[in-house]
Design a protein around this ligand. Structure first.
Ligand SMILES: C[S@@+](CC[C@H](N)C(=O)[O-])C[C@H]1O[C@@H](n2cnc3c(N)ncnc32)[C@H](O)[C@@H]1O
Ligand SMILES: Nc1nc2[nH]cc(C(=O)O)c2c(=O)[nH]1
Ligand code: SF4
Ligand SMILES: [Mg+2]
Length: 215
């Protein structure tokens, strides 16, 4: 029996988030997530999906001839075979990123992968799931992200940024407005007013394609 993963979709689009925003990227979306963030825009990946072998996934990715590959979900690290998938994508020569909730151990992820680790805010309703041990593992190849739902979430994120010196540990600290919860302009104004060492990011794919699955 070959190694398999439950997969919701594999598609080629522009990266809408993180430090590679705007660059053509293949997305591999793994099915299933143990969290239920109130704002989740990918709830269609909580169930269903197709069991696929690693070789089958790698072959589809190769067909797009990409430079960038993003493994997302759902929560990719909830499937043990995400670890060999990430390694084999690196071995194949792609620049690989992993989007993860921060609720699961990131230590076994190949160090060539840029780990994009959310710190779930109180507004997500899943902040109690944050695994703070992950913060000590962050390197300049990694990114930390706060999805902000309100001014209270913003103040909470600032306190975590200072407490853990996140801008000194990770290569990027990202703040993103929770789509539908917070006006991007408000978040932008707060970041400027506080001279905060973070990068504001908007989800480009929502402006371009209105949040259709597979884009
Ligand atoms: C769908 S999640 C999948 C990966 C992983 N489960 C996680 O939460 O990081 C991918 C990214 O989208 C963000 N996201 C989900 N819903 C969002 C929304 N409504 N507005 C802004 N970002 C959102 C998540 O916080 C996460 O950074
Ligand atoms: N274009 C595009 N960029 C993305 N970056 C992260 C995504 C995700 O759902 O994790 C995503 C997505 O769904 N589409
Ligand atoms: S952890 Fe990620 S996939 Fe899971 S509910 Fe939260 S945003 Fe959605
Ligand atoms: Mg998405």
């Amino acid at each position: 029996m070959q190694d398999t993963l439950r997969i919701t979709e594999v598609f080629y689009s522009l990266q809408g988030e993180t430090r590679t925003a705007g660059l053509p990227t293949v997305f591999v979306r793994l099915t299933g997530c143990p969290l239920r963030c109130q704002y989740c825009d990918s709830a269609y990946a909580f169930s269903g999906g197709t069991l696929r072998t690693l070789d089958d996934i790698l072959e589809q990715v190769a067909g797009y001839r990409p430079r960038y590959v993003c493994v997302t979900g759902g929560e990719p690290l909830a499937q043990p075979n995400a670890i060999p998938l990430l390694k084999q994508l690196c071995d194949a020569g792609y620049e690989v990123s992993l989007e993860t909730s921060g609720a699961l151990d990131i230590s076994a992820v190949d160090p060539r992968v840029s780990r994009v680790v959310d710190l779930k805010t109180p507004g997500s309703k899943e902040a109690h799931r944050n695994r703070y041990e992950n913060i000590e593992l962050l390197t300049p190849n990694d990114q930390v992200k706060f999805v902000i739902c309100s001014r209270e979430d913003y103040d909470w994120a600032v306190s975590k940024l200072i407490q853990y010196r996140l801008d000194e540990r990770a290569g990027e600290v990202l703040v993103s407005p929770s789509h539908h919860d917070l006006n991007a302009r408000d978040l932008a104004d707060w970041v400027v007013a506080d001279n905060l060492p973070v990068r504001l990011q908007l989800q480009l794919h929502k402006y371009l394609w209105n949040d259709e699955p597979g884009r």
